[in-house]
Design a protein around this ligand. Structure first.
Ligand code: GDP
Ligand code: IMO
Ligand code: MG
Length: 501
């Protein structure tokens, strides 16, 4: 069946970003919209992303490659833009798996200005995780250290792969202080990290110097450069020549609340994953984007790693549990919990199991909580009012749905400069400051849930009245406009909302 994209109107450039903490199903939505597009571009993040696409019962996860890559044989151009931090080994591994599954990558284009993730970035990222006070619960893909180098004006770029001498010189300058920092950590841990599969099982290790510079130069400007040469180009030029003429789809990574500029700092990633960062990282301006969709789960949200999460089911107990438990352990011991458990901690486990909320990149348990309109309003301010609700099928049979409409501030008086936030204050809009959010109790409006199974429904009018009442409430409360609904991982489990048209 051919999809009808008339709901996109006259738009030429459309973007898909996330209004929560990531993992909202951006990959699925991009896959759904790709037949409409001529060009699909990523502009932020790196292999920290894990985007899942599913059709006919098969599932694929991409980290660096845009989700559109599975449509390469249809001539769709997939771009990795200059705002991305690019790990060549990871990209080659993804391409190898792609080809092994019979898919092509002829139309992949990688920006020569994308910033390189080097072995030292991955090592430092993973070493920070070993110290409790340094650990943010990152994905260990070298993202923070790679972006730090960029802002420190010390990056190597994809273009450098093709100039061995320049690469070696820049590497020398880059690696010196890194090695000094790496030496502050336990040598056996450093060794263990360097023998991880993400770091080529020891190919960059040297007993004396820790990192083997010659081997890095050899691999990056040799084998990796050759494998990627055909894809590398000036993607900014390519996209400038396309914008306004053909259909461009921008694929966001991470989510608004993880944005370095807007999120729950410092428990964020190191790029601006709002529409602003995405447009820029893909080589465009936000003015070029005709329509932005902010994806959110309906009516819950998830978070991987550390940081404040006011509506988390089970609160701190759940956070602690998620940091220590594996997916296998959880599935072995807790499959009998019901989505209607009275205890928030148990209910959170049931929602996680129902939604299969385990990290697509790290396999970690995703923390689970109710939709938070206080935070959503902030995301809408930047990402715009067009919203996509995903995973609504996960709450089928849930008797009560809670929507957070405000917070009560429960901490000590919080000094905001000219104003002071008093203990007990009610907040309906707040910047997601991590320490402030940590002292906020959610105030919920409780709605009756729906009993029917929704995954086979294919039109908005079919959806249960209880679900539509909650959607209307969210729209009225925030100004958002729900444009699409997803009720399963498969392409065809997608509903375009036509209620206002
Ligand atoms: P992304 O990072 O935003 O692309 O999202 P992920 O791929 O990390 O996580 C979303 C997960 O939910 C994937 O396993 C998808 O296959 C799955 N998914 C997407 N949409 C739906 C939906 O509407 N219902 C259900 N049950 N699963 C979905
Ligand atoms: P997609 O695109 C969910 C989280 C990490 C950690 C924090 C910083 O699949 O939605 P980083 O490795 O980026 O330095 O980690 O950000 N994080 C994500 N969480 N989905 C993602 O991407 C994420 N990318 C990073 O768990 O808390
Ligand atoms: Mg993901």
């Amino acid at each position: 069946m051919k999809n009808d994209y008339s709901f996109l109107g006259e738009a030429k450039t459309v973007a898909v970003v996330c209004n929560q903490w990531g993992d909202t199903g951006k990959g699925k939505i991009v896959d759904f919209l790709t037949p409409w597009a001529d060009v699909v571009a990523r502009g932020t993040g790196g292999a920290n992303a894990g985007h899942t696409v599913a059709w006919e019962g098969k599932k694929f996860v991409t980290h660096l490659l845009p989700s559109s890559i599975f449509h390469d044989k249809e001539g769709k151009i997939s771009i990795i833009g200059s705002g991305v931090v690019f790990d060549p080994r990871q990209c080659i591994a993804e391409l190898t798996a792609l080809h092994a599954n019979g898919y092509a990558s002829e139309h992949l284009r990688i920006s020569r200005r994308a910033k390189l993730v080097l072995p030292q970035h991955i090592v430092l990222d993973r070493l920070s995780a070993s110290r409790v006070n340094e650990s943010l619960g990152t994905t260990g893909r070298g993202i923070g250290p790679a972006y730090s180098d960029y802002y420190n004006r010390n990056s190597l770029t994809v273009g450098d792969l093709f100039h061995r001498d320049t690469f070696a010189k820049k590497l020398q300058r880059n690696i010196e202080e890194k090695i000094a920092r790496i030496r502050e950590y336990d040598p056996s841990l450093v060794r263990e990290i360097l023998f991880h599969t993400h770091l080529g099982e020891g190919i960059f290790f040297n007993d004396e110097t820790i990192l083997n510079r010659d081997s890095i130069v050899e691999h990056f400007t040799g084998e990796y450069a050759e494998a990627l040469r055909a894809y590398v180009t000036d993607t900014d030029e390519l996209i400038h020549n396309t914008v306004g003429k053909k259909h461009i789809l921008l694929e966001g990574a991470q989510g608004y609340l993880l944005s370095i500029d807007y999120g729950t700092y410092p428990y964020v990633t190191s790029s601006d994953c709002s529409i602003e960062g995405l447009a820029k990282g893909a080589g465009l301006s936000v003015r070029d984007v005709d329509l932005t969709f902010g994806v959110m789960k309906g009516f819950y949200m998830t978070r991987v790693g550390k940081g404040a999460f006011p509506t988390e089911m089970g609160g701190e107990e759940a956070q602690e549990y998620c940091s220590k438990t594996t997916k296998d352990e959880e599935l072995r011991t807790h499959v009998d919990y019901s989505i209607n458990e009275q205890d928030g901690f148990k209910q959170g486990i049931a929602v996680r199991i129902n939604g299969n909320e385990y990290g697509a990149t790290t396999g970690r348990l995703r923390r689970v909580g109710w939709v938070d309109l206080v935070l959503l309003k902030r995301a809408l301010h930047v990402n715009g009012m067009n919203v996509i609700l995903t995973k609504l099928d996960v709450l089928d049979g849930c008797e009560e749905i809670k929507i957070c409409i405000a917070y009560q501030y429960t901490g000590e008086a919080f000094f905001l400069g000219r104003d002071t936030l008093a203990h007990g204050a009610i907040l309906t809009s707040v910047h997601p400051d991590n320490s402030l959010l940590s002292s906020c109790e959610p105030i919920y409006k409780v709605f009756p849930g729906w009993k029917t199974k929704t995954s086979n429904m294919r039109s908005y009018q079919d959806l249960p009245q209880e679900m539509r009442t909650i959607i209307d409430f969210i729209e009225n409360e925030t100004g958002a406009r729900v444009r699409m609904i997803s009720i399963g991982p498969e392409r065809d489990q997608t509903i375009v909302v036509d209620k206002d048209v």
